[in-house]
Write a protein that binds this ligand. Structure first.
Ligand code: TXA
Ligand code: MG
Length: 333
């Protein structure tokens, strides 16, 4: 895959102007971030935000992240910024960290799904930042995919899934992080990770100088936490790393078209399967390509994907989380 790097000088300002016009008119703009592509609407415009839910096929009770050009805009969107949240914002923004805080007056009810809290982040992508600065307000944006499916990491993925439902697609090249932002509940004293992502637990704890709390798992309150999210069409089966090849060959032998995410330790092995992806050894590279690999195995006609979640350290925690969700039970279609 070729990597396109967008520098500030390369930004198509006519396209940004068009996108800003669309946002002011209540329309939808897909835009690149460092994590995944977002499907954006004016966060202060409830009717526009409702169109996002419609385009994604997402239940309206599931809240969106408000994207801002910088932490100095926080005051418009949140009621209060506790000191620990301010510290994390200063350390990790722009970047793949989302903070859940008490909501302020400007955010539409549609954006927060009726919650008293709001999720906010400042993305680290020159095109996203150019769009946010030119627009001036908050952009509510979920990942630009149909509800439950794999997030898009290129403009091509967005067009393949949402063509016709989006007014403008801004192309900023492939996303550099490749998995969604880490969501931290910063409403109370005990900070906790609601969704692992591009900023690691280790880096958050180093910045805070204390461990994060373990979140209560008894109540599912966000869609990214449901089983079967981030899922390709093919069914996903997870096994121990040293069982990947045997499980893939067994399933292929029983009539499946098997796609394999092959751990790097087995890179030279012959695997009797329909399609094999040799995983990169580095976690940043794996995270960057994960969703493209899943899409590719779907495209190559696989009906079953065999993989092994990496150790839950660093970015491995986000990758393992997405693979587990992809392997989760599916709702009946
Ligand atoms: O990297 C990302 O976060 C990407 C890019 C586009 O910024 N966005 C993204 O959005 O992944 P989405 O909608 O696919 O996932 C947002 C998650 C959902 O699980 C949602 O429920 C949760 O954020 N969320 C939003 N507001 C929340 C709130 N007030 N409290 C708890 N969770 C919230
Ligand atoms: Mg999503």
């Amino acid at each position: 895959m070729t990597r396109v790097t967008v520098r500030p000088g390369d930004i198509d300002s006519a396209a940004i102007d068009r996108a800003v016009g669309v946002l002011h008119g209540g329309g939808l703009v897909a835009f690149p971030t460092e994590t995944v592509y977002g499907l954006g609407a004016n966060a202060a415009d409830g009717a526009a935000v409702a169109r996002v839910f419609q385009a994604k096929g997402r239940p309206p009770s599931h809240p969106l992240i408000v994207h801002l050009a910088g932490a100095e805009q926080l005051g418009d969107w949140v009621a209060h910024v506790p000191a620990h949240a301010r510290l994390l914002a200063e350390r990790f923004w722009p970047g793949p960290l989302t903070l859940v805080l008490r909501r302020g007056g400007r955010v539409s009810l549609e954006t927060t799904g009726g919650l008293e809290t709001v999720a906010v982040r400042v993305p680290a992508h020159p095109v996203a930042l150019a769009l946010l600065s030119a627009f001036g307000g908050g952009i509510a944006a979920p990942s630009a995919n149909r509800f439950g499916s794999v997030s898009p990491t290129t403009a091509g993925h967005v067009r393949a899934e949402l063509d016709g439902a989006v007014d403008v697609v801004l192309d900023g090249g492939p996303c550099s992080v490749g998995v969604e932002s880490t969501i931290v509940d910063a409403t109370g004293e005990a900070l906790s990770i609601l969704r692992p992502g591009g900023v690691t637990r280790e880096d958050l704890e180093a910045a805070l100088g204390r461990p994060l709390a373990v979140p209560a798992t008894s109540h599912i309150r966000v869609p990214g936490q449901h089983p079967s999210h981030y899922a390709p069409r093919a069914r996903v089966v997870l096994v121990e790393p040293d069982k990947v090849i045997a499980e893939a060959e067994r399933a292929q032998g029983s009539g499946h078209q098997v796609g394999v995410l092959l751990p790097p330790a087995f890179a030279d092995a012959e695997v009797k399967a329909h399609a094999v992806v040799e995983l990169p050894a580095s976690m940043p590279a794996y995270a960057r390509e994960l969703y493209a690999f899943l899409r590719e195995l779907d495209q190559r006609g696989c009906d079953l994907i065999v993989a092994s979640p990496p150790a839950e350290r660093g970015l491995g925690a986000a990758i393992a989380n997405r693979l587990r969700r992809a392997a989760g039970p599916r709702p009946a279609m």
